[in-house]
Design a protein around this ligand. Structure first.
Ligand SMILES: NC(=O)c1ccc[n+]([C@@H]2O[C@H](COP(=O)([O-])OP(=O)(O)OC[C@H]3O[C@@H](n4cnc5c(N)ncnc54)[C@H](O)[C@@H]3O)[C@@H](O)[C@H]2O)c1
Length: 268
């Protein structure tokens, strides 16, 4: 293997990437960074309008992107999104399984529909997209990188979302299982486990809990920050930078790893 320069390692020019849930929040920041590094990015999201706006933003910065409406819990949508990326960009090198939902409901109140929806989107969706992308990458024979967005809540229970904890714990084991099985195809599979990132989804979740419990949303943020050694909420770009590292040539011998990115939250 020839030694690449730092610039070459971090250059994603000519690569094709697919980011689920890339319209807003963490997925949007990931799409921005991958496109900035030169990758062509297909954003697959249920919110097509927001996905198109993110595409416009990427294009205005000189990057290349497209949007497609897709629900990650659908196998058909996974196949369609992967095919679209392969057709549009001529290749698929990077998949980021980012789309996820996190309704905060106490365990005794979780209904079956909520359990199913969370598992279907967070866990089954990651599997379906990884399988569809894995088939494409294996057939192309160029290898690839799959990066799953897990959560600190997949490592430690948060006390307000058993269904979410279980789904993200599943994503962590899915990551390791995929890494082992896809290694013969030179497909590397890793996960980033964020904690406490300021996103539209996080704000909605806090607002909903606040409405049902009467606890002010700011009190929830303060309670979280009291446990974060770095004493700040994370920015979506804090996660995007780690995803970018895993997608880059700097991580060509890393597979099956979970990188916790939480300002030290799990230490406390
Ligand atoms: N925000 C945090 O603190 C935090 C912490 C740990 C893990 N995460 C994980 O990071 C990921 C992104 O979270 P976020 O905070 O940016 O969320 P967000 O709600 O701000 O954005 C999620 C994006 O995913 C899209 N989406 C939702 N359901 C979808 C579906 N079924 N199919 C396709 N797209 C769908 C939404 O339209 C949106 O664009 C999730 O997997 C979440 O569990 C977030």
């Amino acid at each position: 293997m020839t030694t690449q320069s730092i610039t070459e390692l971090f250059d994603l020019s000519g690569k094709g990437a697919l980011v689920t849930g890339g319209a807003l929040g963490i997925g949007q920041a990931i799409s921005f960074r991958l496109a900035e590094a030169g990758a062509a990015v297909l954003i697959a999201d249920v919110n097509l309008d927001a996905a198109k706006q993110t595409v416009q933003e990427i294009e205005s910065r000189g990057g290349r992107a497209q949007a497609i409406a897709a629900d990650v819990s659908s196998g058909k949508d996974a196949e369609r999104a992967v095919q679209t990326a392969a057709d549009a960009f001529g290749r698929l090198d990077i998949l980021v399984n980012n789309a996820g939902i996190f309704p905060l409901v106490p365990v005794l109140d979780v209904d079956e529909a909520t359990w199913d929806r969370v598992i279907d989107i967070n866990l089954k969706g990651s599997f379906l997209f990884a399988q569809a992308a894995g088939r494409q990458m294996a057939a192309d024979g160029r290898g690839g990188k799959i990066i799953n967005i897990a959560s600190v809540d997949g490592i430690h229970p948060n006390g307000v979302a058993t269904h979410y904890n279980a789904s993200k714990g599943g994503v962590i084991m899915l990551t390791k299982a995929l890494a082992l099985e896809l290694a013969p195809h030179q497909i590397l599979v890793n996960a980033v486990a964020p904690g406490g990132i300021a996103t539209p989804g996080g704000e909605n979740a806090r607002t909903q809990v606040s409405e049902t419990t009467g606890v002010p949303a700011q009190a929830m943020v303060d309670g979280w920050l009291a446990r974060v050694p770095l004493r700040r909420m994370g920015e979506p770009d804090d996660i995007a930078k780690v995803v970018f590292f895993l997608a880059s040539g700097a991580a060509d011998f890393v597979s099956g790893e979970i990188i916790v990115t939480d300002g030290g939250y799990l230490l406390s």
